[in-house]
Design a protein around this ligand. Structure first.
Ligand SMILES: C[S@@+](CC[C@H](N)C(=O)[O-])C[C@H]1O[C@@H](n2cnc3c(N)ncnc32)[C@H](O)[C@@H]1O
Length: 660
């Protein structure tokens, strides 16, 4: 066969000979083939271990995910514990089947490879020889390298999408899972009912099963005894384990039994996927970010579930947590993105000997959300940040934050209308218990931006704080006044707010409230992204302010000059440190302005940050000064060009108005 041309359709098998050539060149030996499903996998010895090498044409998430699951099964059954999964670009099917062309393709084209060994796991895209170079280099390090978070999320999201198609839910199933959709989803459910209720329920059900398997994986890694008697991921066996875990932890999550609505194949492949991805190696990063990350785009839009980008939550946490024992509260905690970041930051600063997990979760971290499912998730996410310790409760309250009050104290002036309510949280056993929110060192939040005209009064009372925040501002303004009530003197408020906080009439009262009761420290604006919150229709900023007014203070306006979603943990740490000490950083443009300057432009603070680069601001201000203007007169700018083609809008002509 060697040297001859292969005729006919190009399949995966057509490439085997040329792949094996590369394997052998890099020292692979004892090459053979082993059949598991349809196509045989290549098997070889390399670097003193045995490897399985499945080869597939196609690099889309579905192909990768399905074949990864199949590989995991094959790995278990064959007892061969390492693998390189190769995914060739689609064009492989249409190349001419001549030896030289095939050989060149395999050596020169970039392919996707998932590498799976005891220590090294990775997903890379490179040429096959480079992939082998990479493996040799990485394996020498002998350190654990988990799969990148992005890859894990893509494969899990794909599985959710596949599972959603197969879920069979009758009306009564839906009612069993979610007794009341309104309660389950909180506000917005009414509208949703008319739209795509079923699709959303399919997502939620798929997500629930996935999180049950996920928390099981986290938990069983620390407590392997929970898996006693478990041999295969069948529904029957999983149900038994779920029962067991429910008696120990995460009851609210495991209480929902939807195993019957999902075909066994999807449940067991979800189990294989989670196991194969060794998701526990990313346990510190995953909780708090999956719910939104796994939500298919159209569902996000439907549920209008705006979430905080995990990187924004990390930025916020780095800026507001000053001590490891800071008591923190997020009154709009959603699934816990900010709370888990606050936890991580507290833990980074903690240098004691003992494990602070229980103290953090049971005493120092408070959250509240109106959406029951979010509350359960927040609790489970916090609990799973350290599964070695079983906690009895978290302090995540289910309820309308705007009704919360400190302890039992009545609020002067409004007490007659609103008696403070004692809101419920859940113990790990699922029992309800009463939480009395107390004064905290830090409030960190991304409150709902919902506008008044959206009929929000139907669900939430907006009169309690109206006196202080005005009647026109969105819900977020009410949350600011609420936060004030819970924050200790000198405590830090960190909030993601609509950019309109900085300007205009609607937000004027809130702005005044902040600038007369706080010393604002930092105002961060993204320049690359629309906002720190994903999927909102509003631009937003991060405000960090210290409670208590100082006579003189400077506010640092900070422009973040990189795509927020691409910021690494280290970059976030460096940027936030730079902000705190007033140093520049390549992804940061920062200027300080005094409170006197701020007063002069109080009705529009965009004066300080309405640009993407402070040099642009200098040019505009120099221009105004030259002509002795305080601001550009009304009607000064006229639209001259439509921003088509792309890029045209990035220049600006300033001309005299006498050309007519
Ligand atoms: C922008 S989201 C915050 C998301 C959260 N930081 C996350 O990433 O998961 C706003 C949250 O406020 C909640 N919410 C809206 N009105 C509320 C109220 N009156 N009391 C408590 N939570 C409320 C919503 O359910 C939603 O989860």
């Amino acid at each position: 066969m060697k040297g001859s041309n292969i005729r006919g359709r190009v399949t995966e098998k057509t490439f085997y000979r040329f792949i094996i050539e590369v394997v052998e060149e890099y020292g692979g030996s004892g090459v053979s083939e082993i059949r598991f499903n349809s196509e045989p996998d290549i098997v070889f010895d390399f670097l003193d271990i045995k490897w399985l090498m499945p080869v597939k044409i196609g690099e889309d998430n579905k192909t990768i995910k399905d074949n990864f699951i199949s590989y995991c099964r094959h790995r278990r059954e064959s007892g061969i514990n390492s693998g390189i999964l190769l995914f060739l670009p689609k064009e492989a099917r249409s190349i001419s089947p001549e030896d030289e062309t095939l050989r060149r393709f395999i050596r020169r084209k970039k392919v996707t490879a998932l590498i799976d060994t005891e220590l090294l796991q990775d997903g890379i895209r490179d040429t096959l020889p480079e992939i082998f170079e990479f493996i040799i280099e990485e394996m020498q390090k002998k350190t654990i390298k988990p799969y990148p978070l992005g890859l894990i999320i893509n494969l899990l999201r794909q599985h959710i999408e596949d599972m959603m198609k197969e879920i069979t839910l009758t009306e009564s199933d839906i009612l069993r899972i979610i007794t009341n959709l309104d309660l389950f989803l909180g506000i917005g459910a009414e509208e949703l009912l008319e739209k795509k209720k079923e699709e959303s329920i399919r997502f939620l059900s798929s997500y629930i099963i996935l999180s049950q398997l996920l928390f099981l994986r986290f938990y069983s890694e620390a407590h392997p005894e929970i898996m006693q008697g478990f041999t295969k991921p069948t529904k029957e066996q999983l149900r038994k384990i779920f029962e067991r875990i429910k008696d120990i932890n995460y009851r609210p999550i495991y209480e929902i039994d939807i195993l019957d609505s999902i075909p066994e194949e999807y449940v067991s492949s979800a189990f294989e996927l989670i196991q194969g991805l060794r998701i526990e190696r990313q346990i510190y990063e995953i909780p708090g970010r999956l719910f939104h990350e796994l939500m298919p785009k159209k569902i996000r839009k439907m549920l209008a579930a705006f979430y905080t980008r995990p990187q924004a939550a990390e930025i916020l946490a780095n800026l507001v947590i000053e001590k490891p024992n800071d008591i923190v509260f997020d009154p709009a905690c959603g699934s816990g993105t900010i709370l888990t970041s606050l936890y991580r930051r507290k833990r980074e600063l903690f240098d004691g000997e003992r494990n602070p997990h229980r103290q953090f979760c049971e005493e120092e971290i408070f959250g509240c959300d109106i959406m029951p499912f979010a509350v359960h998730l927040s609790g489970a996410n916090l609990a799973s940040l350290d599964v070695s310790e079983t906690i009895d409760r978290t302090q995540i309250i289910l309820g309308d934050s705007l009704k919360l009050s400190l302890g039992k104290a009545l609020i002067p002036g409004i007490a007659s209308i609103f008696l403070p309510t004692e809101e419920m949280a859940y113990k790990r056993t699922g029992e309800e218990y009463i939480v009395k929110p107390k004064e905290v060192d830090v409030i960190a939040m991304n409150p709902p931006f919902t506008k008044v005209e959206r009929g929000i009064h139907k669900y939430i009372d907006m009169t309690r704080f109206k006196k202080n925040c005005g009647g026109e501002v969105g819900l977020w303004g009410h949350f600011i006044i609420l936060a004030h009530e819970f924050l200790k003197e000198r405590g830090l408020l960190g909030a993601i707010l609509p950019i309109n906080f900085l300007r205009g009439r609607e937000s004027n009262k809130v702005r005044e409230f902040i600038f007369s009761n706080y010393s604002p420290l930092f105002i961060l604006k993204p320049t690359f992204n629309y906002g720190f919150t994903e999927w909102t229709e509003y631009r937003d900023i991060i405000l960090v302010a210290r409670k208590g007014k100082k006579k003189n203070y400077d506010v640092k306006f900070c422009l973040i000059r990189k795509d927020i979603s691409k910021l690494s943990k280290e970059e976030i740490r460096d940027i936030t440190e730079a902000i705190k000490v007033g140093k520049q950083h390549k992804f940061l443009d920062m200027r300080s302005f005094s409170c006197d300057e701020i007063k002069q432009h109080f009705c529009n603070l965009m004066w300080f940050c309405g640009i993407s680069n402070f040099e642009h601001r200098d040019i505009l201000i120099a221009f105004l000064e030259k002509f002795n203007l305080k601001k550009f007169p009304n009607g000064y700018f006229k639209e001259g060009f439509r921003p088509v083609p792309k890029g045209v809008s990035s220049f600006l002509f300033i001309t005299r108005d006498n050309i007519r």
